[in-house]
Each structure stands twice: as structure tokens, then as C-alpha cells.
Design a protein around this ligand. Sequence first.
Ligand code: 4AD
Length: 461
Amino acid sequence: GKEWTDVRDLVEEIVGSEVLIRGRLDTNRTKSSKLGFVILRQSGFTVQCVATHSEENKVGVNMIKFLRQLSSESIVDVIGVVVHPKEPLTGTTQQVEVQVRKVYCVNSALPKLPLIVEDAARSEADIEAGKPGANQDTRLNNRVIDLRTSANQAIFRIQGQVQVAFREYLLSKGFLEIHTPKLMAGSSEGGSAVFRLEYKGQPACLAQSPQLHKQMAICGDLRRVFEVGPVFRAEDSFTHRHLCEFVGLDVEMEIETHYSEVMDIVDELFVFIFTKLNERCQKEFEAVGKQFPFVPLKFLPKTLRLTFPEGIQMLKDAGVEVDPLGDLNTETERKLGQLVLEKYKTEFYMLHRYPAAVRPFYTMPCADDSRYSNSFDVFIRGEEIISGAQRVHIPEVLEQRAGECGIDVKTIKTYIDSFRYGAPPHGGFGVGLERVVMLFCALNNIRKTSLFPRDPQRLAP
Ligand code: 4AD
């Protein structure tokens, strides 16, 4: 066994060495019977391979013939020598060339594919200029091919890094990673957005969040917990930022007295995540930016916190009237995001002390004014990525709030009972992973950051 070399590692420093590479046939430019030209692609990196018919190279005309009939996207192994190209290369990411000695087709792709990677990789500017592109549905219908573009390879590496940094920070602060059940007897967030199913003859639903069980983990003295797992929402509306299944990053922790302790964790955690992304993902940002241009996120070393009434006032001063005890909508959130950017020079901030009426039943009302609550939302570029709060840990209040919010208390009896056995003050938050990556990279649609998106109209692939 010879060792494999990654395409991304084919660089100047190794000119002269013989390598074994495996990639996909990106483009086949073989025209003549004496000269073979193919570009191999691996994880978004591309390299030109040249086969010249000659005695000393031991490349026969049959090998060139073989190269010529290889179809795009086939898996191909090449053994060859890394050389300087005759002319500077423009069509590939790698600036060296491979002089082919041997070539094998490991598995061939159909000669005609439902989506061409080059079209899927086209920037909006190029499409406007008349080059062929592929619309979102075609791309998502053929997601395995679509995922091969450089931008998509980068998006999912960035997403991976968000999770790595999320875990890194929380583990360093003594949080424990847990897993809560996704099959539940009742809904955890209330509302109609719940998938119902039958569980051995008993009505059940898919978890709308780990909310209830992460709080119960606190009642079980796990003290500081987090979870990375699927969240199910039977959304009716087809929007750029709602999925029916997404990845939730959830945190729950004991607090001493105030929900600002939870906001402190959000602040440090996200400054840590953004800093790590900036350190580790420059190549990925470049790859995403080539297809979907974006400017880096502006954030402060200490995250800005505004109260909800302060936010309402800023909107009012700008001539936008909103209900001071209602919720913001997509439009007013974006508007406030713009105002915050102008005034505070940041695209990442927290808004806290939300009106109690627009928060879930488990949210702790403010001690000084029960029209408001000990809760917060966090925004990137004017769109919500997190919601969090201090929770009600008094069972009677919890039961009453659940009833007021139209939740069938019987279905969450074990949850409410957990607080009757003694529960410390606690709080936490939930983050949508796809939203974080979408908004960090200023992408226009959440489907771009979901590997195989599930939305009201899509259950495949
Ligand atoms: O705001 P949500 O519904 O809050 C909760 O689930 C609470 N249990 C969190 C807590 O600990 N208090 O959801 C949290 C985050 C949102 O801020 C958003 O980023 C994301 O989850 N999210 C969605 N992402 C994609 N598609 C959807 N349909 C989403 N709904 C919420």
C-alpha cells in the first residue's frame, strides 16, 4: 500500500514526488489521441492531470483512449508525478499539475447527470450575466451532487466548526453533554407546530425542543448541561428561515439569582465561536464567498445588551410603531438590526426583558413587573438565532402558566412534578445551528445550511 495524498496537499513543495490520488473527474478535456487532460476534484479542491503519450512516461495510446471516455463525476485513481505546469493554471485550485503514470476508474458515474456541479457552483452574478445555473429545487432534489460544490463543502466544514467550538467552550466551563428523548407524550413549546404520532397505542409527539428534559436534568442535579440534537417543528409557513427539522444547540444551567448569568455564557460562548471560526475557517469563507459574496460579521468583544423597551424606543424614534407588549416580526427585527448596527457598530446583540405574553409558559416573569419576563433573544444581522430565559421553578406557578397557555397539563405531569421535589433556580437557551451558519455567512436561505433540509414541502432526499 502506497499512501494517499489529498488534492489540497498537492503544492509546490512536493514537486518531483510520485503521488497516489483519488478524486472525482471534474472535467475531461481530452481531445487528441496522444494527450490526455482531466481535472480531478476532491472536497472542493481541483488539480489538473496530464497524460502524455511517450515511451519514457510509459503512457500508451490506449490509456489516453481510456481517459477520453471517462464520464464526469466518476471516481478515479491516478498515480503520477507532481510537476510545474507549462503555463500558469486558472481553472483549478491547485497550482501544480500531475503527470499521469497510471489511471484506474474505481466507479463510473452515469454519462448524463440530473445536475452539473459547475452549474450548481455558479455565482448569482454569473447567472445574471447569462451563464447556466441551477435553481434551488433542482439542487436540493439532487443534493448529493449539489453538495460537491466548493461552497457547499465549505459551508458544512464551517458548520462542523461551530459545533466543535460550542462543545469546546462549554466543556471548559464544566457543562455536561446530555441526550434527551425525542419521543414525548405532549408538546414542549406549545402551539400547533408539533408532529403527532402514535406510540404503542398512546398519542405522542416528536420533541419540539429538549426544553422539558433539559430542565428535568437540572432537577436531577446535573447542574450544567448541553445537548446537540434534532428538533422537530411542524411549521406551516414556507419561509427562508424555518425548517421542519433542524439541529438544536441547547444549554441549561443552575443560576444564583439572575438571568444575566445565562446571558454571560451566551456572550462568551459566541465570541469564542466567532473567534475560532475566524481563526480556523478562512479558506472556507473564501470558498463560500466566491459563490455567495459576504462581508465578515461585525461583533463586539463584549456583546451589546439592550432591553426590549429600549429596542421599542429605538424603533419608535425611527418612525416604526410596534406594540410595546407584543412581539417583533421578521421585518421589525431586521429594522432594529439596522438601527443597532448604525448606532453601536455591531451585527450581533441581545435583546432582553421580553413581554411575558409572547414567551412560552415555562418563562419566569420579571419580579418587578409581571408584564415582562426574564428572557432574551439573540440576533445576527437582524435575525433571531437564540432564545433563552430564566425558568419558572415553582410548581404551582408553572402549572398555572401552562394552563393559561393552553397546554394540557396532564401530558406534562412528570415535568411539573419534578419541581415539587425541590428545584434550584435555573435558566438556559436554545440555538438553531443552521441559522447561525446561514447568518454568519449572510446566506439568504436556511436550506443552504441544512445537509438534507426538511421543510413543509420536502421530505426527500
Ligand atoms: O425560539 P425557540 O423556539 O426556543 C426554544 O426552543 C426554547 N426551548 C429555547 C430555550 O432554551 N428557551 O428555538 C430556539 C432557536 C431559535 O432561536 C432559532 O434559532 C431556532 O431555534 N429555530 C429554528 N430553526 C430552524 N427552523 C425552525 N423552524 C426553527 N424554530 C426555531
